[in-house]
Design a protein around this ligand. Structure first.
Ligand SMILES: Nc1ncnc2c1ncn2[C@@H]1O[C@H](COP(=O)(O)OP(=O)(O)O)[C@@H](O)[C@H]1O
Ligand SMILES: [Mg+2]
Length: 372
């Protein structure tokens, strides 16, 4: 016997089953960020971009400080998430955006949720290995990928060893640094001697001494790799003649179409480091490339400008596919796409979603990576 369903209900039932969407519920995502969202926090605009895109995709996004969880590890089954004294519901996805500032507590919080079966992009092991630049290079060198020769600083410094192995000029960088701060070039032995003495007196931080990749002076490529695909790349050039090309230091980013070899290298880097989301920095060497570093929470304001891509959208969509999380556009988003399509293609264009697709700003690189 057929039950009577009103056409409107039928339509919504169909939409629910076609999209696999849980009615009355929405996708829940947590974004971990250690700082306040304030104008003087350089990574805050990225968090706001995630929030904006989440809204458009009907994702309930909570921006949480990992340090404000209370971790209770118990052998009893069941969900446990206590945040600022309140119990939170289980999310579908966690995106950590703490980057180089990831501390032990944050890793412990990530592991807590990983063990409770939450999808995390990137997972704690991957985040931990790239927060330490030497660990990154150890993994990559172990996989046979090209990296600059690097020495872990030990004090007093064996200047002779540094000269023999790396030569001068030499790059000196903090083990855990970001945005180009704590990276410098020492021109000669005398300058390095002075710096080594200075660092010897300073306590706490760890340093790396690294081969200066001369051919890449003031120029490198940032490749964004998401779920094993190179989705966008930009060439960065310093604007002051210095050797660092970071956008945060005034570097200039332009859209870059990487050669196959470079795109494959970036994909390999992400895979070796088990990063679902990776900003891979690649230096130009005389006969190829060297991997400078990989970022688990890459800044993307410069990349979005240079490549005209919507990074949070690519991330949400790729992670939804990867972890089987159903996503849909909100009605508001559908309407704004329709209006934009009408404005661009004339009346009637907005009625077909397919017509509106070009406005979703696809990423420029669509290469398939070959298995290594
Ligand atoms: N070994 C190197 N040789 C040449 N340039 C380098 C080298 N290491 C770093 N650089 C330059 O300095 C920039 C910052 O270094 P990086 O290690 O990526 O630090 P951060 O994590 O602060 O961005 C790089 O983007 C690159 O332009
Ligand atoms: Mg960098």
């Amino acid at each position: 016997m057929h039950s009577r369903i009103a056409p409107k209900e039928l339509l919504s039932t169909l939409c629910v089953s076609i999209r696999g969407f849980r009615r009355g519920d929405c996708v829940r995502c947590w974004l971990f960020f250690n700082r306040d969202i304030a104008p003087d926090v350089p990574e805050a605009p990225e968090v706001l971009r995630f929030a904006e895109t989440a809204k458009a995709l009907d994702i309930e996004l909570l921006v949480l400080k990992p340090g404000e969880f209370d971790l209770v590890v118990d052998s009893k089954d069941g969900w446990s998430a206590i945040y600022q004294g309140r119990e939170l519901r289980k999310p579908d996805l966690i995106i950590p955006r703490c980057g180089a500032e990831t501390n032990y507590f944050t890793l412990a919080v990530l592991r807590h949720f990983e063990h409770q079966g939450v999808a995390i992009a990137n997972g704690p092991a991957a985040v931990e290995s790239v927060a330490d630049k030497l660990h990154t290079l150890q993994v990559l060198a172990g996989a046979g990928l090209p990296v600059p020769k690097t020495i872990l600083g030990k004090f007093p410094v064996d200047v002779g060893l540094v000269e023999r192995v790396l030569g001068f000029p030499v790059v000196v960088k903090k083990l855990k640094g970001t945005r180009g701060a704590g990276v410098m070039l020492c021109q000669d032995r005398a300058q390095f001697d002075d710096l080594a003495n200075l660092l010897d007196g300073a306590s706490g931080a760890d340093f790396l001494f690294q081969q200066y990749v001369r051919a890449s002076h003031g120029r490198d490529v940032r490749v964004l790799v998401i779920d094993g695909k190179a989705v966008a790349a930009m060439e960065r050039r310093s604007s002051d003649g210095g050797f660092k090309s970071n956008i945060s230091l005034g570097g200039h980013g332009t859209l870059y179409d990487p050669p196959q070899e470079m795109a494959e290298l970036a994909v390999r880097v992400a895979r070796e480091l088990k990063l679902d989301i990776a900003g891979v920095d690649i230096l130009f060497d005389q006969n190829g490339y060297r991997v400078c570093e990989a970022n688990s929470a890459p800044g993307f304001q410069g990349l979005e400008r240079a490549c005209a891509v919507d990074v949070p959208q690519i991330i949400f969509r790729a992670m939804a596919k990867r972890f089987g999380i159903p996503l849909r556009h909100s009605d508001r988003w559908e309407r704004s796409i329709e209006n934009a399509a009408r404005a661009a293609f004339g009346a009637g264009a907005g009625v077909q979603t397919e017509t509106a697709k070009p406005l979703l700003r696809p990423a420029p690189i669509r290469r398939k990576s070959k298995p290594a």
